[in-house]
Design a protein around this ligand. Structure first.
Ligand code: NAP
Length: 276
């Protein structure tokens, strides 16, 4: 008998289409987890070491490559250009799209028109903390996807963070607005706290250090404590103290509560628009 856990299955060979901010973030995590020799299509990357192969244009994709999964990580606006060039691989391997907005139905139809009828398409919305294994990815699979397809996606995406699945595709727009775009809201918070610290007379370097560390430290505390965010907030807020004065500004009904709701609604609306 041994207490040692069975190691997870090795990550399979991928065709990664687009290796920019999001594709690159996921690839960094997958490389750290022993990704099998894969092919990356991106015109800008020349820094990805063996055993992986980088091609700059779709015409250079090797005919004899048999990926277990095709990951689509180009901008949604480029989907129509790229899909015909990868359709030949989609006849044999499922497609995992991380493109905001693009629907399973739309991608499946485009692949069928490009010569891959009946291709299996699964959607995922990851975020850039995947680069450090702290990602949050939410997936949607249509009924045509098999349990093996779903397990493959879960295995791959759990190598770079947490994974959840939704049963209704329309929920992907809200997910995109909250966790896909969400790191940007948190980074903005760090930026604004730094600027406000400088406005209060702090040296720029110190303002930067305390803003960044406060954001990352609060995130780590939330993660490790498992407590509700609201309870952690209350534990900082002494009655009649300094935090309460700041929260009176931020939590006014027309301030952050309304602004965050409007911001997330705007992002979700844009995700919906990107479908077409
Ligand atoms: N960034 C995020 O935080 C995030 C989070 C979740 C989901 N996503 C989704 O992930 C996708 C990628 O976003 P991103 O921010 O990573 O975009 P990005 O940085 O522009 O990455 C896409 C990469 O693919 C390359 N590319 C596109 N078409 C190509 C072609 N035909 N041949 C060779 N290379 C090609 C692009 O080069 P060019 O720039 O020259 O075209 C670029 O290097 C989007 O659909 C987005 O909705 C992004």
């Amino acid at each position: 008998m041994t207490d040692e856990k069975t190691p997870p299955a090795p990550l399979p060979p991928l065709l990664l289409v687009g290796c920019g901010q999001m594709g690159g973030a996921m690839l960094a995590g997958w490389q750290a987890d022993g990704l099998a020799p894969s092919v990356i299509l991106d015109r800008h990357r020349d820094d990805i070491p063996a055993p992986h192969t980088v091609v700059r244009q779709a015409a250079d994709l090797p005919d004899d490559f048999t990926p277990a999964l095709i990951v689509l990580a180009t901008k949604p606006q480029k989907a129509a250009d790229i899909l015909p060039s990868i359709a030949r691989f989609a006849r044999h391997a499922p497609v995992l799209s991380v493109m905001a907005g693009k629907t399973v139905g739309g991608l499946t139809a485009a692949l069928a028109a490009a010569g891959a009828p009946g291709a299996t398409v699964i959607r995922a919305m990851p975020n850039t903390p995947s680069a450090v294994g702290q990602g949050m990815t939410v997936c949607f699979a249509p009924p045509a996807a098999t349990e093996a397809d779903r397990a493959l996606c879960t295995r791959l995406l759990s190598a770079v963070g947490d994974v959840a699945w939704v049963a209704e595709e329309r929920q992907m727009d809200a997910v995109t607005a909250v966790s896909g775009s969400g790191p940007a809201y948190v980074f903005l918070l760090a930026e604004l706290m730094e600027q406000a610290g400088i406005a209060q007379g702090l040296p720029a370097g110190l303002a930067r250090q305390i803003a960044r560390r406060t954001v990352s430290g609060a995130g780590a505390l939330m993660e490790q404590s498992g407590l509700d965010a609201a309870e952690l907030r209350r534990r900082v807020t002494s009655p009649g103290g300094t935090t309460q004065k700041a929260l009176d500004v931020l939590m006014a009904p027309s301030a952050w509560p309304a602004e965050m709701e409007a911001a997330i609604a705007a992002a979700a609306h844009r995700a919906h628009e990107l479908a077409s």
